[in-house]
Design a protein around this ligand. Structure first.
Ligand SMILES: [Zn+2]
Length: 217
């Protein structure tokens, strides 16, 4: 009977940055084995409080936006090329060849895209919990009206534009669709992380329980 109560679905992950109770940072790292790099860095950053995971996480988000937006014909050849060169400089520090240097216009555009990647990370790490209902989607026993039951706090368009350092008009014209297009990607990464960690939490509880049972005997 005791095991039934320990089912992973009964476990609430009600923490932000700083960790899941009962899982050490080492457990979390181990639990993420086999995930793709994006979810691994998200899991390390969000649940084990590993701040060194933030830069690689942003880089993976940025690269995925570039690759997918190009595949979906949202970015043309020129934009995709700028994304690749910016990425290259971000990782290596300097352009590999002088021909790889970004024009002023490309750099400005890439920096805004970089801010968009950061906003997507913040959305999934910090700001996705509606405060009134604590992210549960329910308030005083009924579906939360503030978030429509989604549990997510929506960042206002004004705030999104401000974070990207562009006017509301420019944001609505060029960036808003892109932001919304990639919110589901981050959510699916988070689902992957939680699936892996729930399994790990279940294993940890089972081991603990077996040890306790062994002591009783
Ligand atoms: Zn709510």
């Amino acid at each position: 009977m005791a095991m039934a109560r320990l089912k992973p679905k009964n476990v609430r992950f009600d923490t932000g940055v700083g960790g899941i109770p009962d899982l050490t940072p080492e457990d979390i790292a181990a639990g993420l084995a086999g995930c793709k790099p994006g979810p691994v860095y998200l899991g390390l950053y969000k649940y084990s409080g590993d701040h060194t995971a933030l830069v690689p996480l942003e880089q993976h988000v940025f690269a995925h936006i570039g690759i997918q937006a190009y595949a979906q014909k949202v970015f043309d050849d020129q934009k995709y090329s700028a994304v690749c060169r910016y990425m290259n400089q971000w990782i290596k520090g300097t352009p590999a060849k002088s021909t790889d240097a970004l024009t002023e216009q490309e750099r400005t555009w890439c920096k805004t895209l970089h801010q968009l990647a950061r906003l997507l990370v913040d959305d999934v790490v910090y700001e996705n919990r509606h405060r009134t209902c604590g992210g549960t989607g329910f308030y005083k026993g009924v579906i939360c009206r503030g978030c429509g039951g989604s549990g997510r706090k929506l960042i206002s368009v004004n705030e999104q534009a401000r974070r990207l350092n562009v006017s509301n008009h420019i944001y609505a014209m060029h960036w808003q669709d892109l932001f919304e297009r990639f919110v589901p990607m981050l959510q699916s990464w988070e689902q992957t992380v939680l699936r892996h960690l729930q399994r790990k939490l279940y294993d940890a509880k089972e081991t603990e329980l077996k040890q306790e049972l062994a002591l009783v005997r």
